[in-house]
Design a protein around this ligand. Sequence first.
Ligand code: FAD
Length: 220
Amino acid sequence: AGAVSEGMAGMGFLYTNKESVSIGIGCIVSDFAESGKSPYQLLEKFKMHPSIRPLLEGSEVKEYAAHLIPEGGFKAVPQLFGDGWVVVGDAAQLNNAVHREGSNLAMTSGRLAAEAIFQVRSRREPMTAENLSLYEKMINDSFVMKDLKKYKDMPALLHTQSQNLFLTYPQLVSTAMENFLRVDGVPKIDKERATVSAMKAKRGWTGLVGDAVRVARAWR
Ligand SMILES: Cc1cc2nc3c(=O)[nH]c(=O)nc-3n(C[C@H](O)[C@H](O)[C@H](O)COP(=O)(O)OP(=O)(O)OC[C@H]3O[C@@H](n4cnc5c(N)ncnc54)[C@H](O)[C@@H]3O)c2cc1C
């Protein structure tokens, strides 16, 4: 995170499959627009990363795609039903950006929509908005909406605090772990002080406490 996305909210990923690897980067579209960076530049840079490059040596591209993940969360979910229609999955913004889940929300919303439609049809009633509102009731009672509601403030936080959450803190954690684990004859007390002053220098005490409160509030 952070370095790969050059400070924007986002990250690089590497999936190891049986006979291939899938690599990619994901960032917020508006961040691309504001920063003027291009996804292709970031992907090319990611491919040159010392941890990724050896895995791609001598390989050939089997598939290449760009896809939008709607991560607006609870506050971005549109009207889910109407006269003769219901909307499910990504089209309904059913994506949990915190836990990186979308497939299970798409499958569950699809199943619930089908069950609602089946119930209306079994009663031999028309597919009116009133009757199809059953789907909304079912989805509200499921983990889908409960999870999205739990993280309703996270999408905005990930966006407004992207520099800190995706660049500053990962770097601080990396420095802290290096100080903690490196064996080099420097007394531990000096390493602890170096870690604390790095945190103070980057965010200050007010910033650190403010960030903790903001994340805790959005996480509730
Ligand atoms: C890089 C990446 C990594 C991801 N990783 C994860 C993960 O680890 N775990 C997870 O749970 N989720 C993950 N997701 C999210 C997950 O893939 C989606 O949330 C999920 O696929 C949504 O399913 P869906 O059926 O709603 O939409 P989609 O899978 O997008 O299916 C919609 C289909 O409709 C087709 N279509 C579009 N327009 C038309 C049209 N006019 N006529 C006919 N067909 C049309 C499209 O071609 C597509 O096949 C990831 C997504 C991406 C992009």
